[in-house]
Design a protein around this ligand. Structure first.
Ligand code: G3P
Ligand code: MG
Length: 252
């Protein structure tokens, strides 16, 4: 009972925006997250041929646009011509692949307090220099205090820390690794982003006890929320924030 009183509410992050109901990683999906009152959004970034940081999950544009090919082989201007919404529903045909700058500016100007988790998708292509480009966008939008940079590529988080001593970073990993605190220390990361299994494991508890905020992806059912809360999980990252926000507001 004491645990419940002490534990903080679990924050709700919209995964790729409200991607359960809107085309993932589009302005429409992020605007929806703002409207619904999510605590944060998660988005994925890749880099174009001419060095623009763009918001899209896959290395290829095939699944989420009407185009074919790799993000790295297009110039930004060319990429903007593709429809990034119709694959999800025809009513989103005007959505395009956003730049990271556009999304950060949207959140900044919305006046919302939302956190932005920028996941660098540099585990397939290294995207030389992406760390500095992302930091440049973040500082340009005045969002440095609101972002968390994460990656499966721990080395990249080390680079970010060398470039910026205060920006929040998070190791992104799968499964239940035993040495994750060591890895976090190596690259001076601030937090951990894990799957549900880690969050309720002994290893997960050790990391939370060691002071690392733990955010869990991708949680689309409410049944484990109370267990996460009890474990001290800081946030869940979900395709359906509405499910949890409605849940949270139910009075006791
Ligand atoms: O950042 C958490 C989660 O988004 C990682 O997996 O494939 O959905 O980017 P993925
Ligand atoms: Mg992601």
């Amino acid at each position: 009972k004491e645990d419940k009183v002490l534990s903080k509410p679990v924050e709700i992050y919209a995964h790729r925006g409200c991607s359960g109901e809107f085309p993932e990683n589009t302005m429409a999906a992020f605007e929806a997250a703002c409207k619904i009152g999510a605590d944060g959004i998660e988005l994925d970034v890749q880099m174009t041929k001419d060095g623009e940081v763009v918001v899209i999950h896959d290395e290829q544009i095939d699944r989420t646009t009407n185009g074919i090919g790799f993000v790295k082989d297009f110039r930004y201007k060319q990429l903007k011509l593709f429809d990034a919404g119709s694959w999800f529903h025809p009513k989103f045909s005007r959505q395009t692949i956003p730049s990271l700058q556009d999304v950060l500016d949207l959140i900044k100007t919305s006046g919302s307090e939302m956190k932005v988790n920028i996941e660098l998708k540099n585990n397939v292509f290294p995207y030389e220099g992406i760390e500095a480009k992302v930091l440049q966008c973040v500082h340009q939008s005045g969002m440095a205090d609101s972002v968390i940079l994460s990656s499966f590529q721990f080395k990249s988080l080390g680079k970010i820390r060398e470039l910026d001593s205060s920006i929040q970073t998070a190791l992104l990993f799968e499964g239940i690794p035993s040495n994750i605190i060591e890895e976090a220390r190596k690259v001076r990361a601030n937090a951990l982003h894990s799957e549900a299994s880690f969050a309720v494991s002994a290893a997960g508890k050790r990391t939370i006890d060691a002071g690392y905020p733990l955010r869990v992806f991708t949680i689309n059912q409410t049944d484990k929320l109370e267990a996460f809360r009890k474990s001290g999980v800081s946030a869940i990252i979900t395709d359906y924030p509405g499910l949890f926000l409605e849940n949270e507001s139910v009075p006791f």
